[in-house]
Ligand binder design. Structure first.
Ligand code: G3H
Ligand code: 13P
Ligand code: ZN
Length: 330
């Protein structure tokens, strides 16, 4: 058993309290490899933002769980070396079982998500409570989820949103003891969050997705005032990346994300954590495709992973400064 405090990591308690008071959100960026970790940490150090490093079960399978944990431990040292030791949380994204959450807690994670959103209400409560009981013994934070996002969540996919029901949240948070709650108000995972048929067009023909359900968010806030809320599926799918990817051989169609203004509005509410993964994937892919197309003779991975890492860093800096408002809060 390794405790996260020995690794210099922090849980989410203080971070969420400050984010709630200061009306900003902590970025939760997924990582699977060295370059993503370097980009996240250097961007957050440079903008003095606290950060949540997220590891999904897919990431654990891809990169090896032990290596990822050591990368997170390395991230703490890397931030110090860059000259500003920002608060870093190591978080399990979409944990689907007690055993997985326990395993992560035992190997140094400071926060876990137990995603029982596909279970019945009572089963979700029972599973979440079991994780909370173990996690809290180790001062680890727990994120639960109520409501189902449209799109794909790991192996589970759902065509329609099942919005979080405000009348369920009080019972869920009191019976489980969770520290934060992921809700469904219209965000969704991946780069195709809406079909064009669900959108309207502006004067330039750009697709405008339906707005998030701020009315549901407000209802939830009334039921559990001051309780930290999490938004998954919050990539904005920048058009510039889609255009670059398709210009250099990609075939992405109908890629639509959550407009940044909607996310900025959400940060002024009880939303304390915003999850972003797909935008990072798009940034890396755009940079790598462009590099391959322009320099077809290049075969040193550093020559394409380097520019991809630079683009990622730029993206993350933009998120902390202009979207989440977490810059300068570390
Ligand atoms: O919500 C899911 C995250 O984007 C992680 O995706 O399961 O493909 O690693 P993944
Ligand atoms: P995106 O696919 O919108 O980046 O969402 C990521 C996420 O919610 C990770 O849990
Ligand atoms: Zn998610």
């Amino acid at each position: 058993m390794i405790h996260y405090k020995e690794l210099g990591l922090v849980n989410t308690r203080e971070l969420f309290k400050k984010a709630m008071d200061g009306k900003y959100a902590i970025p939760a960026f997924n990582f699977n490899n060295l370059e993503q970790m370097q980009a996240i940490i250097s961007a957050c150090v440079e903008t003095k933002s606290p950060v949540i490093l997220q590891v999904s079960s897919g990431a654990r399978k891809y990169a090896n769980q032990t290596l990822l944990r050591f990368l997170a431990q390395g991230a703490v040292e890397y931030a110090k070396e860059l000259g500003y030791p920002i608060p870093i949380v190591l978080h399990l994204d979409h944990g689907d079982s007690f055993e997985l959450c326990k395993n992560c807690i035992d190997m140094g994670f400071s926060s876990v998500m137990i995603d029982g959103s596909h279970l019945s209400f009572d089963e979700n409560i029972a599973l979440t409570k079991q994780v909370v009981e173990y996690a809290h013994k180790h001062d680890v934070s727990v994120e639960g989820e109520l409501g189902v996002l449209a799109g794909v969540e790991d192996e589970v996919s759902s065509e329609h949103h099942t919005y979080t029901q405000p009348d369920e949240v009080i019972e869920f948070v009191t019976r489980t003891g969770v520290d934060s709650l992921a809700i469904s108000i219209g965000t969704s995972h991946g780069a195709n969050k809406f079909t064009p048929a669900q959108c309207t067009r502006d004067a330039n023909g750009i697709l405008i997705p339906p707005p998030l359900r701020f009315d549901i968010l407000e209802e939830i806030e009334k039921c559990i005032p001051g309780f930290p809320i999490v938004l998954h599926g919050s990539s904005s799918v920048p058009l510039a990346y889609i255009e670059t990817i398709n210009k250099y051989g990609g075939e992405l169609k109908d890629s639509i994300g959550i407009p940044e203004e909607q996310l900025r509005r959400a940060t002024t509410s009880a939303v304390c954590k915003i999850n972003i993964d797909s935008d990072g994937r798009l940034a890396m892919t755009a940079a790598i495709r462009e590099m391959f197309a322009k320099k077809p003779g290049e075969f040193d991975p550093r020559k394409y992973l380097g520019p991809a890492r630079d683009e990622l860093k730029k993206l993350y800096m933009h998120k902390t400064v202009n979207v989440l408002g977490s810059a300068g809060k570390a």
